[in-house]
Design a protein around this ligand. Structure first.
Ligand code: FES
Ligand code: FES
Length: 182
């Protein structure tokens, strides 16, 4: 079957899609968008997180046909309209500045999830952040730097300054121990 949908503001068509093919497979293997990662393929790790008509979903659990006529946003589209071409989205810059990226495998999913959180809740509490990110697993960071990054992005947004290059401020000091999120 043919699936037509919009990804990061651009119309795409994929032909000969098998009925059981996932949106994640189509994004990565047919459209050449490898930012969404493939790890568990069971909806357990969050590494494949994308937005589907604005909703945060695991692309590995969405059949490609379900995306017909809909809007998908992947990590590759996060920075679109967020600043100068080639710049980072505020949440991406905050992850860099807070040191929240180690191997980076979990990072695309976390960025999409965190961006969606800050869109609907610009000043989330720590509990809100933990709850929102609870479906995104990270094997490297221990989560504290990730929490710092989301706090930093929220603080910059509240201050009306979301620099697209490393700014002078340090990430906020860690607060309480994070929950493992697993
Ligand atoms: S690959 Fe989709 S949740 Fe793990
Ligand atoms: S940075 Fe390696 S899994 Fe999160």
């Amino acid at each position: 079957m043919r699936v037509s949908f919009t990804v990061n503001g651009r119309r795409h068509e994929a032909d000969d899609v098998w009925e059981g093919e996932s949106l994640l497979f189509v994004l990565r293997e047919r459209l050449g968008l490898p930012g969404s990662k493939n790890a568990c393929e069971q909806g357990e790790c969050g590494s494949c997180t994308v937005r589907l008509d604005g909703e945060v979903v695991c692309a590995c659990l969405v059949a490609a046909g379900q995306a017909q006529g809909r809007e998908v946003r992947t990590v590759e589209g996060l920075a679109d309209g967020a600043g100068p071409p080639g710049g980072l989205a505020p949440i991406q810059q905050a992850f860099v500045d807070a040191g929240a990226v180690q191997c980076g495998f979990c990072t695309p999913g976390l960025l999409v999830t965190a961006d969606a959180l800050l869109e609907r809740q610009p000043s989330p509490s720590d509990a809100d952040i933990r709850e929102a990110l609870s479906g995104n697993l990270c094997r490297c960071t221990g989560y504290e730097k990730i929490l710092d990054a989301v706090r930093l992005a929220a603080a910059r947004s509240a201050a009306g300054a979301a620099p697209t290059a490393p700014g002078p401020e340090a990430p906020p000091a860690p607060r309480s121990e994070p929950e493992p999120g697993e």
